[in-house]
Design a protein around this ligand. Structure first.
Ligand code: 5CA
Length: 434
């Protein structure tokens, strides 16, 4: 992408409305713009990050055997009356009516809809277990939308739903999701601790939230210091069998970690190295048995002809919240420091003298080498502005092309995360990055 022709409106000043670093930086780096309270437009660079995160989530869901589908954002009130949640959900639900006066809603979650889709088509025990997920926009009319995309009203969620024949099967599905989540956060370059959590309006009695520790987080959490040293990457390797999954689950949840709603003073008193702090909830998984399948009449025929009511679980990742959470975890005074796995562009190519034949040619050569995936700063601006914007936007690599070096095919390569700079040939720089 050529920066001179891109809608990446960077800001020099801190916007007054932003209270936390990630919100400030998302606005300043031109990733998003608010269009109404808690509702954001994702501008080209922000949209790339969002898609990169969604793709990692998708790959890890598929890897544990889940199926992707896409359900609509608009749902019928009738479905929610069947589960009994239509009235219970309250003011957070955005309720609509069509021209015929039929009641609709903008989905805050999809338990009912997927139970309905399964009810229509799945008839026999032979067809289970199955886990399906989608990555779709949700709307919750939050009382206090704040911190930018962290607590939005419209937000992107990965929500998955598992269907098993019994409790034992459902627990295996739950643990598979736990495993997938550890892999997702590992690839995103953040540490998210699974904590015993409350189930709120989703319901059920087994639940974990995945929490990234951060002073600006909205959740109050209590955990054993052992988690600070724990290497989740070691745990998130291959786990295929139920026995392996059980061992894995035991390992990652063996120490005390709970959100304030589930905090247990008696157990806490036994923890030798207590830690208390704030965290960002980036994922939440639930097992709730037959809470939706029973009232909605979802059954399958068992081996002996009896009717089995499937056990369900649901599994959420806050995809858009993660953009903010990753920035909270990866930034400095100058701006964002994107992990390579989600960066909107793998590198920026900074042309220090647009119009200089040598600079233009070397920049074009570099740009072509990335197959157009890099960002080319071809603006006719001062070098200082370009350096500041490159740091602000947080590209993992900066390839700086000036007239003196360009004459000899040399560039300066800077690694954003470390600040390390080296002078080398374009070919060597590309070899290092690609
Ligand atoms: N149906 C279940 C699981 S699929 C569910 O809706 N769970 S949830 O309510 O916990 O939401 C899942 C994740 O979405 C949360 O962990 C959080 O990361 C994200 N999320 C929830 N509300 C918001 C919001 N207002 N803004 C941004 N992200 C949110």
């Amino acid at each position: 992408m050529r920066l001179s022709r891109s809608l990446i409106p960077t800001l020099k000043e801190n916007p007054a409305e932003a209270q936390i670093a990630s919100h400030r930086l998302m606005l300043r780096a031109g990733l998003v713009r608010q269009t109404a309270s808690g509702i954001y437009a994702w501008l080209p660079a922000g949209w790339r990050v969002l898609q990169n995160i969604a793709n990692i989530v998708r790959e890890e869901q598929d890897r544990v055997g889940c199926q992707e589908l896409l359900m609509p954002t608009i749902q019928s009130a009738e479905l929610w009356r069947q589960s009994g949640r239509y009235d219970a959900y309250g003011a957070e639900m955005l309720r609509l009516a069509d021209r015929h006066g039929r009641e609709l809603l903008y989905g805050p979650t999809n338990e009912e809809m997927l139970a309905d889709l399964m009810r229509q088509s799945v008839k026999s025990y032979r067809e289970l277990p199955q886990t399906l997920y989608h990555i779709q926009w949700k709307f919750r009319d939050e009382m206090r939308p704040r911190f930018g995309v962290m607590r939005g009203r419209e937000f992107l969620m990965k929500d998955g739903y598992s269907f098993d024949l019994d409790y034992e099967g459902a627990v295996v599905s739950y643990r598979k999701q736990m495993l997938a989540y550890m892999r997702i956060f590992q690839r995103l370059g953040v540490k998210a601790i699974p904590m015993v959590a409350d189930t709120g309006p989703i319901g059920g009695d087994l639940s974990h939230e995945f929490i990234i520790l951060a002073p600006t987080g909205e959740s109050q959490v209590f955990y054993d210091a052992a988690y600070e040293a724990m290497d989740f990457t070691k745990e998130a390797v291959d786990h295929e069998s139920p026995a392996d999954l059980e061992r894995f689950f035991g390992e990652v949840t063996k120490n005390y970690a709970a959100t304030d709603e589930k905090h247990d003073e008696a157990v806490w008193a036994q923890v030798s190295e207590q830690r208390e702090g704030r965290g960002i909830e980036v994922g939440h998984i639930f097992y709730f048995g037959t809470k939706y399948s029973a009232p909605m009449g979802l059954t399958v025929a068992g081996k002996d002809g009896s009717q089995i009511v499937p056990h369900m679980g649901s599994y959420g990742v806050g995809v858009s919240r993660l953009v903010g959470a990753l920035i909270e975890a990866h930034h400095d005074e100058a701006g964002i420091i994107w992990p390579d796995s989600v960066a909107p562009f793998p590198a920026v190519i900074v042309n220090l003298k647009v119009g200089d034949a040598g600079c233009d040619a070397l920049c074009n050569e570099a740009y072509a080498a990335f197959g157009g995936r890099a960002l080319l700063d071809d603006r006719e601006d001062r070098a200082g502005v370009k350096f500041a914007d490159a740091d602000l936007m947080g590209h993992p690599w900066q390839i700086v092309v000036g007239p003196r070096g360009a004459a000899n095919g040399m560039v300066e390569l800077k690694r954003r995360a470390t600040g390390e700079k080296v002078e080398l040939s374009l070919a060597d720089a590309l070899a290092k990055i690609l």
